[in-house]
Write a protein that binds this ligand. Structure first.
Ligand code: AMP
Length: 270
């Protein structure tokens, strides 16, 4: 694996003619990231992984400060997977000026995480825009775990780039918790609650599949979850998975969920 700390160098030394899969990450790699990397390795000749904790997508300073960092371990994991290239860019190479740091969202996209984390997706789209402008890529691999992010990036790429987006299913641990780098910030006891919540919502999905009018259950479930110690629901919404509107039926719905476990914000969808 060749490690690049500069995009300039990467562009000079790598032949992008061989089809290249790109897996952008913020590090603290887990099996969710690994499944994206494996998909890329299967579909593409070469795989480029990036590790960049993008400051412009954090709307709270403390959240950025506390975000888990495990670069040494990540490099070991990537070497073992025989990833071809790892890019660890510096912030001043990504953003040349302040206007590069945000891409505006339309009013109708300001729902769920875009509503509760103002500026977050503006920063996500900005970093994707910078990567795709600066590196000649054709394939990008993203996880369904961050479904609204996947939806917005797909829409953005379709307008601006000739790049194919591949999405990968959410990877869960044996207790049904969606893997997330932020789980590293939780203790065993906190994770037990996340596991209980995931089972409740996986169960809700089954019930809605059988009877979509059961959506009144949502309020009861929110109450039940909020009763758990140190847990606070931010939103629990059902939406159409194709366009994220509230116009859904039993064949196209998805449950979207964001909550705080202690002070750690987690998201999932079912
Ligand atoms: P992150 O490092 O959190 O920015 O995530 C990098 C990529 O990994 C994004 O495309 C995420 O959607 C994806 N990802 C994160 N967690 C999971 C998971 N549990 N299963 C599948 N993909 C994931």
């Amino acid at each position: 694996m060749i490690i690049f700390k500069s995009i300039n160098k990467l562009n000079k030394e790598v032949n992008f003619k061989a089809n290249m899969g790109f897996v952008p990450t913020m590090g603290s790699l887990h099996n969710g990231h690994i499944s994206l990397i494996k998909s890329s390795k299967k579909k593409c000749k070469k795989t480029l992984v990036s590790i960049f904790i993008n400051p412009s997508q954090f709307n709270k300073k403390n959240d950025l400060r506390n975000y888990p960092r495990n670069l040494k371990k990540d490099i070991k994991v990537l070497k073992k997977l025989k990833v071809d290239y790892l890019l660890i860019p510096k912030i001043n190479e990504i953003y040349k000026n302040n206007k590069d740091k945000k891409i505006k969202l339309s009013k109708k996209d300001k729902i769920m995480c875009a509503f509760y984390r103002p500026g977050h997706f503006e920063g996500v789209l900005a970093v994707i825009n910078q990567f795709l402008k600066k590196i000649k890529l054709r394939f990008i691999f993203l996880g369904e775990k961050d479904y609204q992010q996947l939806f917005l990036i797909r829409k953005f790429i379709k307008k601006k780039f000739k790049i194919r987006v591949f999405s990968c299913k959410t990877i869960r641990d044996k207790n049904k918790i969606a893997l997330s780098s932020r789980n590293n910030l939780l203790k065993k006891n906190d994770l037990k609650k996340s596991s209980y919540i995931a089972s409740l919502l996986l169960n809700l999905r089954i019930k809605l599949k059988n009877n979509i009018s059961l959506k009144y259950e949502i309020e009861n479930i929110v109450k039940k979850i909020n009763k758990l110690e140190n847990i606070k629901v931010e939103y629990l919404e059902i939406r159409n998975k194709k366009n994220l509107t509230k116009n859904y039926n039993k064949n196209n719905f998805k449950i979207f969920f964001a909550y705080y476990n202690k002070n750690v914000r987690l998201i999932d969808n079912y």
